[in-house]
Design a protein around this ligand. Sequence first.
Ligand SMILES: [Zn+2]
Ligand SMILES: [Zn+2]
Length: 255
Amino acid sequence: MKILFRKLAFYGLLIGVFFSCSVPEREDPFVGMAAARWDVGKSATFLLSDDRFSNLELEVVYMKGYKPTDYLMESMVEFLQETTLKPGGIEIIEREIPAEGEEFYSTEDIGNLEDRYRESYNDGNTVSVFFLVVDGSYMQNEEEFFTIGAAYRNTSMVLFGKRIAENSGGLGRPSRGTLETTVALHELGHLLGLVNVGSEMVTPHEDQGKEYHCDNDSCLMYWTVETDNVLRFTPQTIPTLDENCRNDLRGNGGR
Ligand SMILES: [Zn+2]
Ligand SMILES: [Zn+2]
């Protein structure tokens, strides 16, 4: 009995050593490229709270001729400061890329551009958001969309520069800065889990006809905000999040 026990103990020790040597360290699933391939809203908690990431980095990559206004940059930082808990700070990196000269971009095209140009991914204490500005419009399955922007992955969003140019400036129309800022903040709202796409609703307020949007037509998360219908909705002022949307963000770790 004693010998058997010793043998068991010996094997046990061997097995213990074997496992600790051969099992690779588990990869952190929340950093790197793989963590940037999820659906919209799936990183809402990471973006909002400081539980896992205390810093936020916004990588803005724009095609030549489509540099976002300073107003947009400042407004995005301000919006994130108001809604998220990032004691380590929020930082913007800006970079120009060559214009592709395409009239239209599909979801696949946008994804490919991100794969080619994105450099910042979740790393250490920093959660990263990729913000692409292209020189064309959106087309999918041969259908042209009049959308001005879109959130398309858990930490990725795009603005369609051609649509912004077509719909801004001149009499009775919003300035370019106002229009692109309105749409950019709306897309950020989707990445933060609004509405009902990663941040649970405290009070039901998802639009019955337009999923992932707020039912309040004066809220930033109303569906017309990302389409050219935004003109009829808010010519010169940027809508803010209403109380229902704010509560959802607070309920999911935000400020
Ligand atoms: Zn939207
Ligand atoms: Zn709302």
